[in-house]
Ligand binder design. Sequence first.
Ligand code: ZN
Length: 255
Amino acid sequence: MQVDLSFFPWGSCRSPAALVLSGAGWNTLEQPVLVGVLRHPQRGHYLIDTGTHPRLWQQNWSTRLFLWLARMHIPAGPPPVPILSGIFLSHFHFDHAAGLLDFPDLPVVTSRAGYAWGRQPAGRLSGWCNSLMPADLERRATWVEDLPQRQCGPVSGGDLFGDGSVLTVSLPGHAVGQHGLLCQTERGRVFFVADAAAHSQVLIGNAKQRLPCLIASDRPAERRTRAFLRGLRNWCTMVPSHCPVAYSGWDCPKG
Ligand SMILES: [Zn+2]
């Protein structure tokens, strides 16, 4: 079974490239905040992360300071998407979760561990915003930790649809409970790796990641995850959430 995938930016930030990648110079690097739309032939459309939202400007001072420092561009509303069957949320950082409130009643596939962490005081200091979370998220959640495990080559993960077309894959280090999606598509294997890397050059080139490491929940685990992903560079196409080149060539979402 194969799925269709689209990615498009829903928000962006700008910073000197040298703060993101080694050897990148001091030109401004504009990084998208990617969201995706996955279409399964029988299970319908799933939104992959929810992107930014103007309600981010109403969050606490540290969130607003980050938005200002990152020169964040935020579109006026939620992303245009087809009728959805559910949402996959890679992790709970506000630039991925800000749109959750726009999709009431939809099932949300995400990490129980990430959710539990965010609700603790320590978690709230690391990119979680309480007021972005739907009150009934636990009721609507399908926890990735509960999915049946399946192996695909060197990767193992939760079998989201029970047919091997999409695996939810643990990507520890950047945020507690972060998961990516390994998808079987017409274009071959496509691995949405969320914030496991700030740029595809970190995975397929020789660039080292810089500033984004500072916000990692577990830096040794983050390095191990990136080393694992580098080993997949000839095996699948990887799409990081904030890579300006990884999504080029993807179609716009189909209605
Ligand atoms: Zn993140």
